[in-house]
Design a protein around this ligand. Structure first.
Ligand SMILES: Cc1ncc(C[n+]2csc(CCOP(=O)(O)OP(=O)(O)O)c2C)c(N)n1
Length: 306
């Protein structure tokens, strides 16, 4: 006897494009060289669907995942730079476009947390302070995953990383890149995950129509580095939001905060316990972690309230 499984709709493994954008063209094609379950492919795919073909993507060393980017049979420009000069490179490209009278093409550095939080932070801060014209997407998988899961300043408190001695976890809290970049009073900053694809794509569309320095910070659960089954990427993307750990919000001109999804307030343990990197965490530490998450969430709510 054969059994037929009912098709899963928006299951934890579903990679369907949100209905609103399903009839927009595809710009990303295989081969996509990522680990199974890596959200990087979706970050690029949804970004391009929302932004369209007039874009120059700037990449730096890291896990990659962009596949082949094509529009009308022609490649979309992708340029490579170093970690340290990604934003300066993008500044140059965007000034060159302006000198040619091109006001349409978006220059988009799409970089990991290693580039944005750490090694390239100086150039991103300088470009933000000058309000240079670019739309930055940070693929934040909370570590130097391409080189073997070393700790970055985006790695969370109590996570184990390849550079922690065995049995020890990270003792510092994650760097609050959103507050740092908002403090530059950039025109637009937003947080997103591929687990809330509509929200992410709406933010990309909104950012597209703003001039100056824009940054979208996308949390990117990493099955290989974080230690979870590859079919749980979207579930973890959503849990990070619903536990208030990674609130979805946007900040305009450094001051106007808007929360774009009201989190359910699920217990943080539901998120932490699904990942091998938190294997050392004690119940007391989970409580402490939860208090820190709640505290940050309340500050964001306060900022959004006036
Ligand atoms: C200045 C510099 N330091 C270190 C490296 C080695 N390196 C290549 S990729 C990488 C990890 C990048 O991490 P991240 O930016 O978070 O991206 P991910 O690999 O996680 O996508 C490192 C450290 C390098 N290429 N250049």
């Amino acid at each position: 006897m054969t059994t037929t499984k009912a098709p899963l709709k928006y299951s934890k493994t579903s990679i369907e494009v949100p209905l609103k954008y399903s009839n927009t063209p595809e710009y990303m094609f295989p081969p996509i060289q990522t680990c199974p379950g890596c959200p990087y492919g979706l970050i690029y795919r949804y970004f391009l669907k929302a932004i369209g073909p007039k874009v120059i993507v700037n990449g730096v060393p890291g896990c990659g995942g962009s596949g082949r980017l094509m529009a009308d049979g022609k490649p979309i420009d992708q340029m490579g730079s170093l970690f340290g000069n990604s934003a300066s490179f993008a500044t140059g490209v965007s000034l060159a476009l302006a000198a040619r009278g091109d006001t349409e093409t978006v220059v988009a550095p799409i970089v990991g947390d290693g580039a944005a939080f750490d090694i390239g932070m100086g150039s991103f801060s300088a470009a933000a302070e000058r309000n240079d014209n670019m739309l930055v997407v940070v693929k934040d998988n909370e570590g130097y995953q391409n080189t073997g899961g070393q700790r970055s300043s985006a790695a969370p408190w109590m996570s184990t990383n390849a550079t922690n001695p065995s049995g020890f976890s990270k003792v510092e809290f994650k760097k609050d890149i959103d507050s740092i970049m908002a403090a530059h009073r950039i025109p637009y900053l937003a947080t997103a995950t591929v687990g809330f694809a509509d929200d992410y794509m709406r933010k990309v569309r909104k950012a597209k129509n703003i001039n100056g320095f824009r940054l979208i910070h996308v949390l990117s659960p990493c099955p290989t580095g974080w230690g979870f089954p590859s079919e749980m990427t979207l579930a973890l993307s959503r849990l990070a939001v619903e536990t208030k750990l990674f609130p979805l919000y946007e900040v305009e001109n450094g001051v106007k905060y808007t929360i774009t999804h009201e989190p359910k307030g699920l217990p943080l343990s539901e998120y932490l316990n699904k990942q091998r990197r938190f294997r050392n965490i004690s119940p007391e530490d989970i409580e402490k972690f939860e208090r820190a998450v709640e505290d940050r969430w309340q500050r964001i709510q306060f900022l959004a309230s006036y």
